[in-house]
Design a binder for this molecule. Structure first.
Ligand code: CP
Ligand code: NVA
Length: 303
């Protein structure tokens, strides 16, 4: 693995290897075992969109591994004034040991990887959010001790989260059901990928999708960059919510997950959110551990 651009590029073995290392790094951090694996290395973090979790977990993770992280807002970089990403990649490759980028177009991330000479990590694009899903898989395995045969249900927009969750959950052996409104299905590349999986389906009814689910997941109705569509989306997504009715359709020990930030009373009720806050914030914590594993594998392959 040279980069983390999207989960479609990773084999099941590569995903499991990252999760195993993430568990080990989590254990070591909890037991105060220090690391210097990335000593002297610097990660550049380019943000073209807002972030709380991604920024803080990457920066802290890099620090815990003995390295440094640089926050690079695109507003202050020459990228914001039109310097091509291809040139930025070639320049930053001379200074840094890795780049994490959060942006709009997936193509921009793929271009950075093509023109740069250092590992590129996708910190969210309109197409996918692989770091989040690695943390999500780590969390699911912590709660359920396995993947094989679990029923995963996602309710809401067929967005970057739905794209990455579908690919990640299918690759590790879960059964995946999505409930999305007709005009908000996942990306065609992801739907093409699912053709090989008989254990994947999309329905339009959230209660039906949640039947016997072990894991329920949702995300905002309007993602970053879609703020102008918010009102129209509130109408399209009405009812695509994790609430008591959906919960009673799922298994009684189902866990509830959300990548955050959450919009209470839209995609999830406050009541369900608070009842499952433990899972949701364990999931947020695992961003740190999963991303440390990604950085070790990409930036220090001998470890
Ligand atoms: N889930 C997630 O990526 O959060 P941020 O947008 O706060 O980074
Ligand atoms: N789908 C959301 C995820 C945020 C982590 C967005 O892109 O804004």
């Amino acid at each position: 693995m040279k980069h983390l651009l999207k989960l479609l590029d990773l084999s099941t073995d590569e995903i499991i290897d990252i999760l195993n290392l993430a568990d080990q790094l989590k254990y070591e951090q909890k037991h105060g075992i220090p690391h210097n694996i990335l000593k002297g290395m610097t990660l550049g973090m380019i943000f073209q969109k807002a972030s709380t979790r991604t920024r803080v977990s990457f920066e802290t993770g890099m620090y815990q591994l003995g390295g440094n992280a640089l926050f690079l807002s695109s507003k202050e970089l020459q990228i914001g004034r039109g310097e091509p990403v291809q040139d930025t990649a070639r320049v930053l490759s001379r200074y840094l040991n890795g780049i994490m980028i959060r942006t709009f177009e997936q193509e921009e991330v793929e271009n950075l990887a093509e023109y740069g000479k250092i590992p590129i990590i996708n910190g969210l694009t309109d197409f996918c959010h692989p770091c989040q899903v690695l943390a999500d898989l780590q969390t699911i395995r912590e709660y359920k001790n396995k993947f094989e045969g679990l029923k995963f249900c996602y309710i809401g927009d067929g967005n970057n989260m739905a794209n990455s969750l579908t690919v990640g959950c299918l690759k590790v052996g879960m059964n995946v059901t999505l409930a999305c409104p007709e005009n908000y299905y996942p990306d065609k590349k992801v739907l093409d990928f699912t053709r090989d999986y008989a254990n994947f389906k999309i329905v339009n009814n959230p209660v039906e999708a949640a039947a016997d689910a072990d894991v329920l997941y949702t995300d905002v109705w309007a993602s970053m960059g879609q703020e102008g569509e918010a009102e129209q989306r509130k109408i399209a997504f009405k009812g695509y919510q994790i609430n008591d009715e959906v919960m009673s359709s799922a298994k009684s020990d189902a866990i509830v997950m959300h990548c955050l930030p959450a919009h209470r009373e839209e995609e999830i009720t406050s009541k369900v959110f608070e009842q499952h806050a433990k899972e949701i914030f364990d999931e947020a914590e695992n961003r740190l551990h999963a991303q440390k594993a990604v950085m070790v594998r990409l930036m220090s392959p001998e470890h």
